[in-house]
Design a protein around this ligand. Structure first.
Ligand code: NCD
Length: 331
């Protein structure tokens, strides 16, 4: 028998290469959720589970010892910056936090973002950037030679939040396919909604978008969802979706994005998830929120086991640990 004539079942070399570069993530920028296919997601989620196990067992490791992360935040942030810092420190790396008072640094002297990242990459191995302008993360990535991770670019995307959101759905409900997911609040300006919606497109999900008229999901994104053939509906009223929803993803009205504050005042108190509303929901439904909340979820709901938002925060650290390890090429 001519063994040489047999075709290999798979390309062993490319499989080894895939493992070595962490499903293509090593050295990569993380700018948009469009970069992730289901195989990559499953890789990141498995790594996040390993991180959780490690943290629960020993708290930290020295996997990223010697690596430095710069957290460059041009917009206020408590949880996202703290989450990246915690992730890096639990992996034994260190952090240059530029999260407070960016207005007092060179940025306020007129230095361009391009120059700022080219300076910061001299000190660090990875840069996490939050910036008020859509497209800024891509711009920074075009100039930086170290990986840039988008931690929110204006109303554009917030990919690491979407990854942790999807991971939370997966961990809480055991699956994503077949679910009815309702997004509530500021669907127009909420970048977490934009990223999560896009990330859900390859799944077999039903999407319900609940918002005041002026805060509807941007048309281009709505068209992406419709073109993908997903079952999708829009409404102004949470009561229309609460009974059938498996996930209620609630968001804050993004005050800082309104040109006209009177318009913000009109819609800011549009929704409040209360225990009375929760009584109409499935026993298995989960409530999520990227936080901070400013009144969209009544504090009385916190005691409800279906309130998943603080568990969601913790998942964020595991996901960011998995991502940092992957882009820095450490298994
Ligand atoms: C979100 C953000 O910054 O887009 N927050 C976060 O990252 N946890 C949501 C928000 O600010 O409303």
């Amino acid at each position: 028998m001519l063994v040489e004539a047999l075709e290999p079942l798979f390309d062993f070399d490319s499989l080894v290469e895939l493992r070595r570069n962490h499903n293509g993530l090593t050295g990569q920028d993380i700018i948009s959720v469009s970069q992730f296919d289901r195989e990559m997601l499953s890789y990141i989620f498995n790594r996040a589970r390993e991180m959780r196990e490690m943290v629960q067992r020993v708290g930290s490791t020295d996997l990223l010892k010697g690596n430095v992360l710069t957290c460059l935040f041009y917009e206020p942030s408590t949880r996202t910056s703290a989450s990246f810092i915690a992730a890096m420190e639990r992996l034994g790396g260190s952090v240059i936090p530029i999260t407070q008072g960016v207005q007092f640094s060179s940025v306020s002297k007129g230095e361009t973002l391009a120059d700022t990242v080219r300076v910061l990459e001299q000190y660090s191995d990875v840069i996490v950037l939050r910036h008020p302008e859509t497209g800024s993360a891509q711009l920074a990535a075009d100039y930086a030679s170290v990986p840039v991770i988008n931690a929110g670019d204006g109303t554009g995307e917030h990919p690491t939040q979407a990854l942790l959101d999807l991971f939370t759905i997966r961990e809480e409900l055991g699956t994503v396919d077949g679910l009815k997911i309702a997004m509530v609040g500021d669907l127009r300006y909420g970048r977490t909604v934009h990223s999560l919606t896009r990330l859900l497109i390859p799944y077999d999900v039903s999407l319900r978008f609940v918002s005041p008229e002026i805060l509807r999901l941007p048309l281009t994104l709505m068209n992406e969802v419709i073109d993908a053939g997903l079952d999708v509906r829009e409404t102004h009223d949470v009561a229309d979706v609460i009974e059938n929803a498996d996930v209620l993803y609630v968001t804050r009205v993004q005050k800082e994005r309104f040109a006209d504050l009177a318009q913000y005042e009109e819609v800011k108190d549009h929704y409040e998830i209360t225990s009375e509303l929760m009584a109409q929901a499935k026993k298995t439904m989960i409530v999520m929120h990227p936080l901070p909340r400013v009144g969209e979820i009544h504090y009385g709901v916190d005691e409800d086991p279906r309130a998943a938002y603080f568990r969601q925060v913790r998942n964020g650290m595991y996901i960011r640990m998995a991502l940092l390890a992957a882009v820095l090429g450490r298994a």
